[in-house]
Design a protein around this ligand. Structure first.
Ligand code: SAM
Ligand code: DTB
Ligand code: SF4
Length: 318
């Protein structure tokens, strides 16, 4: 699947009239998915800030003033308390993020392994994003029951070095290979609004669509500008570019979970609806992403009701 896609085909899709493109994507979406189904993941930042990397969009880099304060790794019980709450609000997957360049073996990684086991015991899918991983570390996560590992390519290869200088695109691919080889599902996507051209967006979708196998989960983030970072005053990409990117990704990668990720507050309800029409079928739930705000639970429930999409959840009073 996906391997016969050419770069020219992706470029042509990006150039189509928007509503034609959305119609095609919506049609493809209906061949493979229930259009009322939206997968729900909840994030937690288990170790915030102080990251040595210089990703120009990120609140957690120690290089920029104004971002998140550096914190220690959370206690396992506190993380599992949050996971239980997420489950009560209807989350299906619990995603744990740590602002590390790479994972180091030792007490902290052992604790993350405990967290993964605990999340699985609650009956949730477990996902983690901890920076670069060695093949051995990926295997340990798999043995603990980790379902997904998130590690984004973020943008097209040609633009990547303009976004981060402390690691390269090939480092990202190496970690993704370790994840794949360990038998963990891959969550890999990108971010829009980081100074990329439409061509770089097409390059990113092409790279994702020609991975073999393609990622099982693809988050599409819109930049949430963070004070103090080099991208603090970036213009938001036009909402139609978000819709367009989602539509092209759905056409090229029909079976994946395609997540409308960071930036939903900035998009507003109508543009989000268009993204779901264009084939997005996953979202982050809960008031917070890692360090920035996400729409409130009740607002999402209301939006899903308006759109006639399914939003099952256990009682909040349980
Ligand atoms: N340190 C890990 C890594 O580099 O993979 C994981 C954490 S990082 C926060 C995960 C992804 O979140 C990034 O690859 C990027 O796509 C997205 N992201 C980070 N900061 C963002 C922001 N300010 N706005 C939108 N998306 C953001
Ligand atoms: C992804 O692609 N988006 C999530 C998750 N993977 C880890 C993170 C979004 C972060 C948004 C900015 C913040 O809250 O700091
Ligand atoms: Fe942020 Fe991850 Fe880059 Fe660190 S490696 S600065 S946490 S995106």
């Amino acid at each position: 699947m996906g391997t016969t896609i050419t770069r020219q085909y992706v470029d042509e899709l990006f150039s189509k009239p928007l509503l034609e493109l959305v119609f095609t994507a919506a049609t493809v979406h209906r061949e493979y998915h229930d259009p009322r189904r939206v997968q729900r993941s909840q994030l937690i930042s288990i170790k915030t800030g102080g990251c040595p990397e210089d990703c120009g969009y990120c609140s957690q880099s120690a290089r920029y003033a104004g971002g998140a304060e550096k914190d220690v790794l959370m206690a396992t019980e506190a993380v599992l308390l949050d996971a239980r709450r997420a489950r009560e609000e209807g989350a299906e997957r619990f995603c744990m993020g740590a602002a590390w360049r790479s994972v180091r073996d030792g007490e902290e990684f052992d604790r993350v392994i405990q967290m993964v086991r605990g999340v699985k015991e609650l009956g949730l899918e477990a996902c983690a994003t901890l920076g670069m991983l060695s093949p051995d570390q990926a295997l340990r996560l798999e043995e603990a029951g980790l379902d997904y590992y998130n590690h984004n390519i973020d943008t097209g290869r040609s633009h990547y070095e303009k976004v981060v200088s402390t690691h390269g695109y090939d480092d990202r691919l190496k970690t993704l290979q370790a994840v794949r080889d360990a038998g963990i599902k891959v969550c890999c996507g990108g971010i829009l609004g980081i100074g990329e051209t439409r061509s770089a967006r097409a390059e990113m979708v092409f790279d994702l669509a020609t991975m073999d196998p393609v990622p099982e989960s693809i988050p599409i983030n819109q930049l949430v500008p963070i004070e103090g970072t080099p991208m603090a005053s970036n213009d938001l990409v036009d909402w139609t570019e978000v819709v367009r990117t989602i539509a092209v990704a759905r056409i090229c990668i029909p079976k994946t979970w395609l997540r409308l990720s960071a930036g939903r507050r900035e998009l507003g309800e109508a543009a989000q609806a268009m993204c779901f029409m264009a084939g997005a079928n996953s979202m982050f739930v809960g008031d917070k992403l890692l360090t920035t705000d996400n729409p409130a639970f009740e607002d999402d429930r209301a939006l899903m009701e308006k759109l006639g999409m399914l939003f099952p959840h256990a009682s909040k009073t349980v």
